[in-house]
Design a protein around this ligand. Structure first.
Ligand SMILES: Nc1ncnc2c1ncn2[C@@H]1O[C@H](COP(=O)(O)OP(=O)(O)OP(=O)(O)O)[C@@H](O)[C@H]1O
Length: 264
């Protein structure tokens, strides 16, 4: 693919965010997702992982704290900006759950992703073609309604749509939820490929084993705060202890899966 500048990091600094007044979901959350690395945010159900991604993507404005886009030694506060400006800054977002436009064709779904570069029509067409080359499964279905694709193909389409503006930072929420194991494996390989292209990946995942296997940095959330950050190796026993504590607190999904597969 044609490449644009890479090397952007993102950070949350003492961020408080809520859906209802005075009921903070993020409660002074600070975390730093370094440039060109895969950061994985883990934590028990309801700890605020998806909310943290929404704040990074601009879909939820923090009531306190800062969202930083960091380019080397300079940083820009982006917390107040709307999501469409976030994509113009080089941040792409693959939300949780189904987000394709089912009645629109695969090609038109990718065109929606081209909105931030809509004035550069030639570039948008070229990038979409490059994405068809990258994901042949989509190329074969370019004229088909997106809703007719399998769940896994739709997930790949959602990732491809986020990549159309060639983001330096890719935020991905639950890439493998509800997809066949082979597609899930493809998604994790793709996230590694995005990192190897110099992009910054921030991943939220309940499926701990594959997520931790590709993580460069792990951030552990509890009750809207980051209680631990580091590589899986650095966190080591701490991570195991945390996962066990989630299990004993009620066996939520991430813990149960980690227990089956091993958390580290
Ligand atoms: N759109 C919303 N409106 C109101 N409350 C919400 C909304 N989205 C999430 N919440 C609440 O915010 C809290 C944190 O949710 P969030 O999805 O960020 O957690 P999570 O750690 O990603 O959980 P999970 O692992 O279950 O996806 C939960 O109590 C949830 O019910």
């Amino acid at each position: 693919m044609t490449t644009r500048p890479r090397g952007l990091a993102v950070a949350l600094d003492e961020v408080t965010a809520e859906y209802f007044a005075d009921q903070p979901i993020l409660d002074g959350l600070s975390l730093h997702a370094p440039a060109g690395k895969i950061s994985v945010i883990i934590g028990p159900n309801g700890s605020g992982k998806s909310t943290a991604l929404r704040v990074l993507a601009g879909f939820l404005r923090p009531s306190r704290g800062e969202v930083w886009l960091i380019d080397g030694s300079s940083r820009t506060s982006i917390g107040a900006g709307p999501p469409h400006l976030r994509s113009g800054l080089g941040i792409g977002y693959v939300p949780q759950g189904h987000s394709v436009f089912p009645a629109m064709s695969v090609y038109d779904n990718l065109l929606v992703g081209a909105w931030p570069i809509r004035r550069e029509r030639r570039r948008a067409r070229r990038t979409i073609q490059e994405l068809f080359d990258r994901y042949p499964v989509l190329a074969g279905k370019r004229g088909a309604a997106a809703g007719s694709l399998s769940g896994g193909q739709q997930r790949i389409l959602e990732l491809a749509r986020a990549l159309v503006p060639d983001p330096a930072v890719v935020l991905v929420d639950e890439p493998s939820a509800g997809v066949a194991p082979a597609v899930a494996a493809t998604m994790y390989q793709e996230l590694e490929a995005l990192r190897d292209e110099g992009r910054t990946v921030v991943l939220v995942d309940q499926d701990l084993r594959p997520a931790l296997a590709i993580a460069d940095v792990v951030h552990v959330l509890q009750s809207g705060r980051c209680v631990s950050s580091g590589s899986s190796r650095e966190l080591g026993a701490d991570l195991d202890a945390l996962v066990r504590s989630w299990l004993s607190a009620g066996g939520d999904a991430p813990s149960a899966r980690a227990a089956r597969g091993g958390a580290s």
